[in-house]
Design a protein around this ligand. Structure first.
Ligand code: GAL
Length: 725
């Protein structure tokens, strides 16, 4: 279907979005149409709870300046409904405010309601209470699940409608998404999955948003829903019907940060190449995942082992600074695509192959012409003769020709300047600390819960804390041979994750932890036991709930056993099914030591009495806010693992003690990119710096509290400012 010439001119002139007037949004085989006009839309993901409201206007402005038309965000169910029926739309969860800011900037919104979002976010966005709804089975044809999902989806749509935020009401939302990458799950579970897909499609469409719905990675998305692509490349993707446009909802700019893993960087030459390749192959919507990744504050990171930094090597870095040359090079690409938009939306290309690894796409309508010259060779540059002119193409690159003549962009020729990010200590760098010891607990303590056998951690904590004490007593007869021959028995503990500290009679006897590849862990070590009652106290620590997988209702963690003691006169004693007692959370958590009021309830020591390298220790200090607007962070490189609070707000879990495994190797932009290429931080902390948002600070007397689980040296912590140079 081709549009008329007048229409092309209109599209060309109206490329900056106007969202104050109600408009119709639909699609045809080529593109999303707004008021009947096809659009090539450039979009970027910015997740509102991953930055502070104070940062939003600047992030949105930088996105607009970077040539974006659309901001895409997920909706984070567990942030909006932390307890069943109790909604939260305040602060970082003020979705309406975020969308209105996008509207004020003249950009559109793609709202991915999910409400399953994946996103390296705790439990994939599901509230933990949902796991305990009677008869629930997640993401399948299950009535309790469907009822809860429908209720939340409708709630979000109703909030958007009441604020007139859909494009058909004059608002900025031009598209919605239901579920997230459900296709592979459906493929695995079969019939109930198919029924669920059909149901959710009908449910979503019946909500009457007036704008198109998409499902990503869902080849059988029922009409009128559009199936879209996610990945590093999507040029060969085909939508679920020839009447639907080819859309890329997640063009990955890098990857999330995982404790214990190296960090992924994606060269901008390859990212630009993948986008140009998608557009030349008739793609009409590209969303960068992420355009600004931000920070997983508090305990919002998913298990397994996801770190607070969600920088994602995005064009705008975690702190809101432009990452150059990534941001600038992509801005130039977007400009080039926009200049060619009239030709792109009005014709399908003719494709020719002028040589080995060379390909030419020409979009030629009566009024406009655009050409894409591609060199797919990963090593050699090429000279391509096109319409009597020769063009030089670096390896693995695409040139965009305006009017089929003028090279306005090449994906591998970077003209924007590079910048280096610098972390500079401020306030003289160091703090003056006080410490307070966290107490270990034993089975005989009064406020513990006794149960037979070993219980799943989350069923007891309901994820209100990372910590659960597993406590039991072991009676050793005076006649045990090991007491005489000094061969200590071996304690073996199987845990479903994620980290574990073993205390025997109040003394730390071992620490162990899992990894992204294998969250489960086994501890096996000799333990010092004496005749009589011995107190075994296991502190099991979860690092978030998983965000991917099937049957979230069956997911569990903690010490599930077996737990055995080997080397006794009787041989091996199985402790798994004996009486265990439980205590949820740390004493310091229940006393709220991270708050001003709470911290006065314990004794703190300082100076030469300050505890360093001691596991399970609380630290506190105060500091003044440095002048200026540069983003701030804490350098935590001398610490092990734990959590950090500034003025009572958690800035996330720190774990610099977990060093990135593996070999980083080199990084050539040319050739197919994958997660194994272009890694950084090998042998170093996966995350060393932790973002302290300026919004949470007052000019002076800010409180900083750190809980250290492993043992670290707080005197090495420093406050730094981040600048681009
Ligand atoms: C996708 C998923 C996103 C995010 C991304 C990370 O598969 O849809 O939510 O998890 O992977 O690369």
């Amino acid at each position: 279907m081709l549009l008329s010439i007048t229409l092309f001119l209109w599209v060309f002139c109206s490329s900056s979005s106007s969202t104050s007037v109600a408009a119709s949004v639909s699609y045809d085989d080529r593109a999303i149409t707004i008021n009947g006009q096809r659009r090539i839309l450039i979009s970027g993901s910015i997740h509102y709870p991953r930055s502070t409201p104070e940062m939003w206007p600047d992030l949105i402005k930088k996105a607009k300046d970077g040539g974006l038309d659309v901001i895409q965000t997920y909706v984070f169910w567990n942030g909006h409904e932390p307890s069943q029926g109790q909604y939260n739309f305040a602060g970082r969860y003020d979705l309406v405010r975020f969308i209105k800011l996008v509207q004020q900037a003249g950009l559109y919104v793609h709202l991915r309601i999910g409400p399953y979002v994946c996103a390296e976010w705790n439990f994939g966005g599901f509230p933990v209470w949902l796991k305990y709804v009677q008869g629930i089975s997640f993401r399948t044809d299950n009535e309790p699940f469907k009822a809860a999902m429908q209720k939340f989806t409708k709630k979000i749509v109703d909030v958007m409608k009441s604020e007139k935020l859909f494009q058909t009401q004059g608002g900025p939302i031009i598209m919605c998404q239901i579920e997230n990458e459900y296709g592979p799950v459906e493929w695995e579970i079969g019939a109930p999955g198919k029924a669920y897909t059909k149901w959710m499609a009908q449910m979503a469409v019946s909500l009457g948003t007036g704008v198109p719905w998409i499902m990503c990675k869902q080849e059988d998305a029922p009409d009128p829903i559009i199936d879209t692509c996610n990945g590093f490349y999507c040029e060969n993707f085909k939508p679920n019907k020839s009447s639907k446009p080819k859309m890329w909802t997640e063009a990955w700019t890098g990857g999330g940060t995982v404790f214990g893993a190296s960090v992924s960087r994606r060269p901008v030459e390859d990212l630009a190449f993948s986008v140009a390749r998608f557009i030349q192959n008739n793609g009409s919507f590209v969303n960068y995942y992420m355009y600004h990744g931000g920070t997983n504050f508090g305990r919002t990171t998913a298990g397994l082992f996801i770190a607070p930094s969600y920088d994602f090597d995005a064009p705008i870095d975690e702190y809101g600074l432009l990452r150059e040359p990534k941001w600038g090079h992509l801005r130039n690409l977007h400009k080039a695509i926009k200049q060619c938009e009239p030709a792109l939306v009005s014709s399908y290309p003719t494709v020719t192959w002028p040589g080995n690894n060379l390909e030419v796409h020409v979009f030629n309508s009566k009024s406009a012409c655009a050409a894409f010259l591609a060199n797919y060779d990963t090593k050699s540059p090429a000279k391509v003769a096109f319409q009597n002119t020769r063009y030089d193409l670096p390896p693995w690159s695409i040139s965009i020709l305006l009017d089929c003549k003028i090279e306005i962009f090449n994906t591998a020729k970077i003209s924007s300047e590079s910048s280096q990010m610098k972390m500079t200590p401020v306030n003289g760098g160091v703090f003056s600390w006080q410490s307070s010891n966290e107490q270990t607990v034993s089975a005989d303590d009064s406020d513990t819960i006794a149960r037979d056998g070993l219980w799943d951690q989350i069923s007891l904590t309901r994820d209100a804390s990372d910590y659960l004490w597993y406590l039991t007593n072991v009676n050793i007869q005076p006649g045990e041979a090991f007491l005489k021959n000094r061969q200590s028995p071996t304690l073996t503990i199987m845990s479903a994750g994620h980290t574990l500290h073993i205390f025997i009679n109040g003394q730390l006897s071992g620490t162990t932890y899992g990894s992204l590849q294998n969250p489960k862990l086994t501890y096996s070590g000799n333990v010092k036991l004496r005749a009589g009652i011995n107190k075994i106290s296991l502190l099991s620590v979860a690092v978030g709930l998983p965000n991917v997988g099937l049957h979230f209702e069956t997911w569990n963690t903690g010490v599930l056993g077996p737990v055995t003691l080997k080397g006794l006169n009787e041989g091996t004693r199985d402790l798994t099914n004996q009486k265990w007692s439980y205590k949820v959370g740390l004493k310091g958590e229940s006393l709220k030591l991270h708050t001003l009021d709470g911290s006065s309830s314990v004794e703190w020591v300082e100076g030469s009495s300050l505890a360093t390298k001691r596991p399970l220790t609380w630290y506190k200090t105060t500091f003044n806010t440095p002048a200026g607007n540069d983003p701030l962070a804490l350098d935590m490189s001398t610490m092990g693992k734990g959590e950090i609070w500034v003025n009572g707000q958690s800035i996330g879990r720190h774990w610099p003690g977990y060093k990135a495994r593996g070999n980083c190797g080199g990084c050539s932009y040319a050739g197919i990119f994958n997660e194994k290429k272009c890694r950084t931080n090998c042998g170093e902390a996966s995350q060393r710096w932790y973002h302290v948002p300026r919004l949470w600070l007052k000019p002076s007397g800010n409180s900083l509290v750190v809980f250290e689980e492993w043992g670290g040296d707080p005197t090495g912590i420093s406050l730094v400012k981040r600048t681009a140079q």
